[in-house]
Write a protein that binds this ligand. Structure first.
Ligand SMILES: Nc1ncnc2c1ncn2[C@@H]1O[C@H](COP(=O)(O)OP(=O)(O)OP(=O)(O)O)[C@@H](O)[C@H]1O
Ligand SMILES: [Mg+2]
Length: 298
């Protein structure tokens, strides 16, 4: 069965999208079959991986965007998967094994004008469609915005695990705290819609520190995060094996440049001259391996 993981924090701009895209790519490079969902109206992951031309077509027509599965009769999840999404200039497949379900700006309508059937909330419809295809994947990853509104709810409801990207600062800690509160409320609200096959609702399994500047000591914010995690664990509000990941991702210019190039970092480094062992590409590889190992403890 696929491991289904949401990356989410109530703090924006901490690196959720850059972590999930680069980790998804690292997992695919290691031979895993990976499906990435973009659940953020901003469409950052979609624009990044599809590049602007391909994404513009989806955005202007709405065809192929995730919102179309919530418009009855319009589309089925299985039909809007962009297989082996990363392409070169000639349309050649650069990273087989990494698929994307893209979003467009119309996803905002899911939070606004969408009414749906209260007996079949969006997250339940999404879960049912996901069940049809999840057997094709080892990892299904959900890039969420910094909230648990309807789009995020789809990811969270279907997930088995939640990872919290964080920066070493007070606002990330507040974002994590708020997330755990909101998660608890959502799980209560959605409890009656869960099927027995789903297992228990997803809990936070890990905190991932991102954008760590060389020479900056992060022991104090890390200790504060650890204390909060310990409190939540004692109260059984996060996973019993939840932890701060050993791997942290350094701050590196190439992470921002990769977005402009429309490539995950693992592919940029391959083309470039920087093959140093001690580089951000290895951070992502290590993180992918740590996520694989964490799965064995669930
Ligand atoms: N390790 C890193 N090194 C350098 N820059 C980074 C790193 N990680 C993220 N960034 C940059 O920080 C900015 C925010 O990152 P990102 O968009 O991934 O955050 P986010 O949490 O997804 O934001 P949002 O809440 O808007 O969805 C981006 O410009 C990104 O390129
Ligand atoms: Mg994002």
């Amino acid at each position: 069965m696929a491991r289904k993981i949401s990356f989410i924090n109530y703090k924006g701009g901490v690196g959720k999208t850059s972590l999930i895209v680069n980790t998804a790519a690292a997992l695919a490079k290691q031979g895993h079959r990976v499906l990435l969902f973009d659940f953020d109206t901003q469409s950052n992951a979609s624009i990044w991986l599809l590049k602007l031309d391909r994404w513009n077509k989806i955005n202007s027509s709405g065809v192929g965007a995730i919102y179309s599965i919530f418009d009855p009769g319009k589309a089925q999840l299985k039909d809007i998967i962009v297989k082996d999404v990363v392409e070169g200039k000639e349309g050649e497949k650069l990273l087989p094994g990494l698929d994307l379900v893209p979003t467009a700006f119309n996803l905002v309508d899911l939070e606004g004008e969408y009414t749906g059937d209260p007996k079949r909330p969006a997250y339940l419809q999404f879960y049912e469609q996901l069940a049809e295809i999840e057997g094709n994947y080892d990892y299904i990853l959900f890039d969420c915005p910094p909230n648990i509104l309807r789009a995020s709810q789809c990811g969270v409801f279907s997930s088995n695990e939640i990872y919290v990207p964080s920066n070493p600062d007070a606002l990330s800690l507040i974002g994590f705290t708020l997330l755990v509160e909101k998660l608890g409320k959502f799980h209560q609200l959605s409890a009656s819609f869960r099927k027995s096959a789903m297992g228990v609702p997803a809990q936070v399994q890990g905190i991932i520190f991102n954008s760590i500047k060389t020479g900056v000591d992060i022991e104090v914010p890390k200790m504060r995060m650890q204390l909060r995690l310990n409190q939540f664990r004692a109260a059984k509000r996060v996973g019993p094996n939840s932890k701060i990941f050993e791997t942290q991702i350094r701050d590196a210019m190439i992470v921002r440049r990769a977005v402009t190039l429309g490539l995950p970092v693992v592919l940029v480094m391959q083309e470039g001259a920087d093959t140093a062992q001690d580089s951000v590409i290895n951070d992502y590889r290590r993180l992918a391996s740590e996520i694989v190992r964490q799965g064995a403890q669930l």
